[in-house]
Design a protein. Sequence first.
Length: 552
Amino acid sequence: MEEISTNFIHDIIDTELAENPEKKIHTRFPPEPNGYLHIGSAKAIWINCQTAKKYGGLFNLRYDDTNPAKEDNEYVQAIHEDLCWLGAEPTGGIFYGSDYFDKCYEYAVKLIKEGKAYVCDLSAEEMKQYRGTLTENGKNSPWRERSVEENLDLFERMKNGEFPDGSHTLRAKIDMSSPNMNMRDPAIYRIVHTSHHRQKDKWCIYPLYDFAHPIQDALEGITYSLCSLEFENHRPLYNWVIDNIGFDPKPRQIEFARLNITNTVMSKRYLRYLVENGLVDGWDDPRLPTISALRRRGYTPESIFDFVSRAGVSKVNSLVDIELLEHCIREELNATAPRRIVIEHPIKIVVTNYPEDKVEYFELPNNPSDSTGAAGTRPIPFTRELYIDASDFAEVPPPKFFRLKPDGEVRLMGAYIIKCNEIIKDADGNITEIRCTADLESRNGNPTDGRKIKGTIHWLSAKYSAETTLMLYDRLFTIENVSDIPEDKTYNDYLNPDSLKKVEHCLMELSLCDAKAGDKFQFVRDGYYCRDSKYPNTFNRIVGLKDSFAKK
């Protein structure tokens, strides 16, 4: 990861460091293990990790596992795998919110003893009614003035499992007339009789995020809690918890705008819906915005963080064009990906004036963009029977068609010029082969008589090629801004039915048979592809060759 340039967060840190040069920078990334990380998570990772790196500080991974009903070890492992792949190793350590359950309980008891928290018997619906609205103050719970002794007794009985789910909550006693709804006596503990993925059945009460998170930050020595903008209205509660428990030094919460991208969705709830209902091929389906999906599709950590960097860090929500992400990976792979030939829709060519048993080799560059020559060349066998792509032949060509056509000539990339002499069809009128003659004096595509050949196409030997399957991916949604969906519609109404096209019986160079999962290539005149990690002999299209974003 490259060091990020300054932004408003770093301006704040610089100002505070000028006043206190000894201050140590310590950040954290606190994902909830209830799903897989997505590219929006990558922005939070990048900001927190790189901020710690820039100032010589530490970066923690802390799993926010305070909601046992939705959490699973599968997600815990996937999150750590994604961080390692992104190169964001947690230099300050790996922690779990559940590690602090005893301390959270201890601090909750402290607040009760100080008259700053109480056990409330209101149901969730009743609590909502008592809370008020943005224009009307809330009203006090009937249980707000319970004695300290009664609250301590009830809270311990909650912990001991005497009450059913939803019957009691522990609430902070703050201000039911506060203009900030989050400060109107928020619940800080609830009863959940569900086994925890790490704590098992030790607890049946769990702290809510707004109470647990500042405690966790303070105990870990986090100096800056960098989080997305939806937590801005929660910051007064964050500070209230820190102040009333009495932590010193105090972590500081700073918010930044989330990463929203066109034609996709960042809702883990909906992503889980797609996975659980079989609408996609798991959390790593290359159409999804998850980190594992991007990895499987062929994106690199460098391209993802380059995209996040170009999208910028601000306090203003915006919608970033997905073409910027595609531009970042395309720019990287143009310089690094080896070129290979794959024919998507093969059509047979017979070079009638070429010996049946002859094989000769033409050297093709592995990467024409490499000016140093370090990428080298590779030999491609040429035989009497070849294959070209069906799109490179037109029996009735449109205007300005410079590829193969009846009585027309075309250059075979790096090899000979051929001329179409005869078209062979089956009984149904389908073309089975095209018979051509080669200008055998035009080795490497250069005619000896100086005539101009406008078209160049790719090709493969029929004998020295192998079958493969291509997975062609498109946008997940047909609508650009998924937040603009009308109230009478759902995400499902805008799922792109053409987001995946599977093309079988394609032909590839034999060298691609040895490609390993994750290996990336540019298939000439087509796009950038990655060997799939789940299905054998399959390549996923990362992006096409066209880069419209760079032209904007």
